[in-house]
Design a protein around this ligand. Structure first.
Ligand code: SF4
Length: 467
């Protein structure tokens, strides 16, 4: 992933300076959070199912080599092609080669964060191929030359008026902010694309090892159209996105829909087994499944491997107070929110190291995660790993070093405390600092900082009668 020009802290400042965007994000995420809570409260045996889902993910990842081999054999037995891609470049090159060999002019795409991760669209467009996103949110993102801000709801940061303006400007239609009208415009535009596309590209929600089937989940039906109407279907799957059996898939689907949108089941859960066979009327002539590593095998062997349990439901984003305030773009990664804060530094490297620090560790993300990933624990591990490897910023290392020395030495500790009390007495206003000096300013830009108490707990303890 390309290094973003602004630092994480600058992107946060930018996001906080746009109150309308913030309101749209917080309202959208809150609505999804409430829908999930309602759906889960009506779900019998929710905790049992969640526990089972976690065990399925753990079992799959503990024997991933075996399940991947079984999956690949079964896909090939069904007539599909498997390509193992080590990284983004290999994956994009393979898809470009197929497109070139098969004279593909137009690609219709379903929403896939994995293809965003590897900049597949750009790679195809650079080869002169037209690529059209067919998920409504992704279509709007593409029209607006924007980036998705949420893994489930790509335009969470936009209002209806924003969408109306994009359609007016880019599709040359009269302005409307009525969702039904906007949908009808997009649908009319999209119909042609489905009919004309030579190649459909999708991600894979789950691959099923025992049968070689792939499952695509959408609410708009576009996944079904792009995987059946064009003559070639290419599905790009993260190597961790497997379940052993169809029965395991049913557990995942129940949790995915409820966690993502509060639905009992997504509107279209497509289970696709190979390309079109003789005497069948629909389906692609060719099915290619690209199994992409792109850093995942390294994560698998690390202390943060639990993050690979993720089924990309987006619930942790909707629950996160930090995400509510800064939105998805500020993370500068295709994977924002708590899951992205763990995953992005692992996949994309050092520029994303500040992300795990943007968490209050309140635990809301773990509470809603359908596979019970210990996100706060992983965030802490990620932070401590950075510190142990000397990757945290100099100011943080320095301040932690000073804190460690001061707090381990009673004389220095008392001296620091007394100095703080004196400074508080002189500079604080009614018990609060409204601005802090130097690098501490970041705290007081958005809230006041409490002054030190006139007497510390220890001083009160030593001489209770005088107070
Ligand atoms: S970490 Fe859990 S809650 Fe967050 S997207 Fe992944 S599965 Fe959903």
């Amino acid at each position: 992933m390309a290094v973003t020009e602004l630092s994480f802290y600058d992107r946060i400042s930018d996001a906080l300076a746009k109150p309308e965007g913030q309101l749209a994000i917080a309202a959208g995420a809150r609505a999804k959070y409430d829908n999930r809570a309602r759906a889960m409260s009506e779900f019998p045996n929710m905790e049992f199912t969640r526990d089972r889902a976690r065990r399925i993910r753990a079992q799959t990842l503990s024997q991933l080599d075996k399940f991947l081999a079984e999956f690949a054999d079964n896909v090939e037995a069904l007539g599909g092609h498997i390509f193992w891609a080590k990284d983004a470049q290999e994956c994009n090159q393979y898809i470009n080669e197929i497109a070139r060999a098969k004279n593909v002019q137009l690609v219709a795409k379903a929403k896939s964060m994995l293809t965003e991760e590897i900049f597949l669209n750009k790679s195809l467009e650079d080869s002169g191929i037209d690529v059209v996103e067919t998920d409504l949110g992704e279509f709007i993102v593409q029209l607006n030359n924007d980036k998705p801000s949420h893994i489930i709801a790509p335009i969470l940061h936009m209002t209806r008026e924003d969408v109306g303006n994009v359609f007016k400007e880019k599709l040359n239609v009269p302005f409307s902010d009525d969702p039904a009208t906007l949908n009808a415009i997009a649908r009319a535009h999209m119909r042609e694309i489905f009919l004309k596309a030579d190649m459909g590209i999708s991600g894979v929600n789950f691959g099923v090892s025992e049968s070689g089937a792939i499952c695509l989940v959408t609410n708009e039906g576009n996944g079904r159209l792009i995987s059946t109407a064009p003559r070639i279907h290419v599905a790009v799957m993260g190597m961790e996105r497997l379940v052993p059996t169809l029965a395991d898939l049913s557990i995942m689907l129940q949790l995915l829909a409820r966690s993502a949108t509060g639905q009992k089941l997504s509107v279209y859960s497509n289970i696709l087994c190979g390309p079109r066979r003789k005497n069948e009327y629909d389906g692609p002539e060719e099915l290619h499944i690209v199994i992409l590593d792109n850093g995942r095998s390294k994560i698998l062997g690390s202390t943060l491997s639990e993050i690979l349990y993720c089924i990309r439901c987006g619930a942790c984003l909707n629950a996160c107070p930090v995400f509510h305030s800064i939105g998805g773009h500020a993370y500068g990664s295709v994977y924002p929110g708590p899951v992205g804060s763990v995953l992005s530094p692992l996949l994309f490297g050092e520029p994303w190291n500040p992300l795990p620090h943007a968490s209050s560790l309140c635990g809301a993300c773990k509470e809603v995660c359908p596979v019970d990933i210990d996100l706060p624990g992983l965030l802490l591990k990620s932070r401590s790993q950075q510190i142990l490897e000397g990757k945290s910023p100099l100011w943080m290392r320095l301040s932690q070093w000073i804190y460690a020395i001061t707090s381990c030495n009673p004389i220095l500790f008392r001296l620091a405390l007394r100095s703080g009390q004196v400074v508080s007495r002189i500079l604080a206003n009614d018990g609060w600092f409204t601005t802090l000096p130097g690098p501490l300013q970041g705290w007081s830009i958005h809230r006041d900082f409490p002054a030190l108490a006139k007497k510390s707990f220890r001083q009160l303890w030593d001489k209770p009668s005088q107070d």
